[in-house]
Design a protein around this ligand. Structure first.
Ligand SMILES: CC(C)(COP(=O)(O)OP(=O)(O)OC[C@H]1O[C@@H](n2cnc3c(N)ncnc32)[C@H](O)[C@@H]1OP(=O)(O)O)[C@@H](O)C(=O)NCCC(=O)NCCS
Length: 151
């Protein structure tokens, strides 16, 4: 899986939020909810990255909340400086624009922190990033910083 580069100076404006959806940084009392969600739907490695993201104040982890439930999350500036991810949306809520919102909001946070470009590390759904934020593949970036990762 390659890394992708995203120019932050030409980000598209996010479309309107789906009705009833709130996107904001996670709060400390929510940490156990977020890590349980990530462990249930995704992977132990992502739980580790989220734990680091949640230790910052404000958290470097945005949550999407719908009807009082966690619908998705996105981390920024965690795996390495200027990196986006990991991110994930509740499988039952995918395909409704939530992932795009989380992505564009997190990229905006990186831009506000002074980065001109963001890196999406080991991007799985490359087409999603090409379509939603103009990402381009970085040549020779597999496995990048993940070489020899302990699992
Ligand atoms: C990738 C993910 C976060 C996208 O979230 P989502 O809420 O389903 O995506 P959205 O509804 O916001 O999609 C926005 C657009 O991207 C497209 N898209 C979504 N997932 C895609 C994928 N895997 N491949 C290609 N296009 C995709 C959608 O069709 C939509 O296109 P449209 O504007 O033409 O309608 C979600 O599918 C997910 O959690 N996947 C599993 C975890 C994962 O792979 N995370 C990324 C790790 S790098």
């Amino acid at each position: 899986m390659p890394d992708l580069l995203v120019p932050l100076y030409s980000l598209p404006a996010p479309p309107p939020l789906p009705d009833g959806l709130v996107v904001r940084p996670a709060l400390p009392p929510e940490h156990h909810v977020v890590t349980a969600f990530v462990g249930k739907h995704f992977s132990p490695g992502w739980v580790s990255e989220c734990t680091v993201a949640l230790a910052a104040r404000p958290a470097r982890l945005l949550v999407a909340i719908e009807a009082g439930e966690l619908a998705g999350f996105a981390c920024h500036d965690v795996t390495a400086r200027g990196f986006f991810g990991p991110t994930g949306v509740d499988p039952a809520r995918q395909g409704r624009g939530i992932g795009r919102h989380l992505l564009l909001r997190a990229l905006d946070a990186l831009k506000a922190d002074g980065f001109a470009y963001a890196v999406i590390g080991a991007a799985g759904p490359v087409e999603f990033y090409v379509k939603t934020c103009g990402a381009i593949e970085i040549p020779n970036s597999t496995p990048g910083i993940y070489r020899g990762l302990l699992r």
